[in-house]
Design a protein around this ligand. Structure first.
Ligand code: SAM
Ligand code: DTB
Ligand code: SF4
Length: 347
């Protein structure tokens, strides 16, 4: 197989073969593909904000925001536009280039759409890339978001079609595919991936990647989440994913979707730095940056900058100004690292 070919006809047998290679062979192949299309020392950084939290009518078994489970989460109605723009400006100031706004909705309502559109316009005006994840979209809503300047829409397939019904019963797989096709038709970029650690089999992991890679165009962004186990959700007691199996998933995603950004997404707080560096070697080249995901924790920004500095990784740029901000953040992190003698922590 040629390392850099973009394909849309993956079969289960082929993908299982990729997964079942010896670990070193898989990582070498993934890193080779990665280097064909990307600077291996650049990682894209996005920041998340929950613009409407909790009381979601959907029953996704992994999700702390579902109204079906009692997770003790503080519910919040749609945030004011000004507050969202302030959070975006803060994210930009620490060097994030993309701002992702998430709402715990089945779908946006007609009443909420004007506010959501203003958020897109405002974040765009700050010079950041915009991303939203608001649930199912109608064709008209998708077009309005594209017109307002939305760059990316995040809508995860989450798992294979076969396993999906064990996790979500209130929204179908076909609904999700339909939303993704509206997003494409409106000319926006797609961010779509899934979660590991929900009790799925290797076949289901392969099945998810096949669904994503066999779309007419690969999603530009593929978030691979490690389940964040939240008390009160039905998946709170699921078994941990073997760290090497998680790395294998990233590597296979990299090989199957060679030109997509693969995001080392939720769950980084539960990963040590060695595992994260292996994830970057496997071809992950995007992270969520900032101390909170939507409702759960994420590593502190300065910790991430220190890790980047130690690995010689630079945040991916989108404009001149961001360059200066990132450089300053990296220099600051290096100083802090020296001060805390982190260089010697491995001995
Ligand atoms: N409500 C919208 C929807 O589901 O389309 C948008 C927000 S939802 C929280 C976005 C994605 O976050 C989900 O599709 C899922 O993949 C991921 N997610 C949610 N809870 C998670 C958890 N506990 N651990 C890992 N990923 C999670
Ligand atoms: C994605 O794939 N992961 C992000 C984003 N897309 C919206 C969300 C992760 C959520 C983790 C649980 C929480 O913080 O609520
Ligand atoms: Fe609602 Fe999204 Fe959570 Fe599902 S993942 S319960 S749709 S917020």
């Amino acid at each position: 197989m040629t390392a850099s070919v973009t394909r849309h006809d993956w079969t289960l047998a082929e993908v299982l073969e990729l997964f079942n290679q010896p670990f070193n062979d898989l990582l070498f192949q993934a890193q080779t593909v990665h280097r064909t299309h990307f600077d291996p020392n650049r990682v894209q950084v996005s920041t998340l904000l929950s613009i409407k939290t909790g009381a979601c009518p959907e029953d996704c078994k992994y999700c702390p925001q579902s109204g079906h489970y009692n997770t003790g989460l503080d519910k919040e109605k749609l945030m004011e536009v000004e507050k969202v723009l302030k959070a975006a400006a803060d994210a930009k100031a620490i060097g994030s280039t993309r701002f992702c706004m998430g709402a715990a909705w089945k779908h946006p309502s007609a009443k909420d759409m004007p506010y959501v559109l203003k958020m897109v316009e405002g974040v765009k005006a700050l010079g950041m890339e915009t991303c939203m994840t608001l649930g199912k979209l109608s064709k008209e809503q998708t077009e309005a978001l594209a017109e307002a300047g939305l760059d990316y829409y995040n809508h995860n397939l989450d798992t294979s079609p076969e396993f999906y019904g064990n996790i979500i019963t209130t929204r179908t797989y076909a609904d999700r595919l339909e939303t993704l096709s509206h997003v494409r038709d409106a000319g926006m970029k797609i961010c779509s991936g899934g979660i590991l650690g929900m009790g799925e089999s290797l076949k289901d992991r392969a099945g998810l990647l096949i669904q994503l890679a066999n779309l007419p165009e690969h999603p530009e962004s593929v978030p691979i989440n490690m389940l964040v186990k939240v008390q009160g959700t039905p998946l709170a007691e699921e078994q941990d994913v073997d760290p090497f199996d998680f790395i294998r998933m990233l590597a296979v995603a990299r090989i199957m979707m060679p030109k997509s950004h693969v995001r080392l997404s939720a769950g980084r707080e539960q990963m040590n730095e060695q595992m994260q560096s292996l994830a970057f070697f496997a071809g992950a080249n995007s992270i969520f940056y900032g101390e909170k995901l939507l409702t759960t924790g994420n590593p502190q920004a300065d910790k991430d900058m220190q890790l980047f500095a130690r690995l010689g990784i630079k945040p991916e740029e989108r404009e001149e100004h961001a360059d200066e901000v990132h450089q300053a953040a990296i220099e600051q992190a290096l100083v802090e690292q020296r001060d805390s003698k982190l260089f010697y922590s491995a001995v």
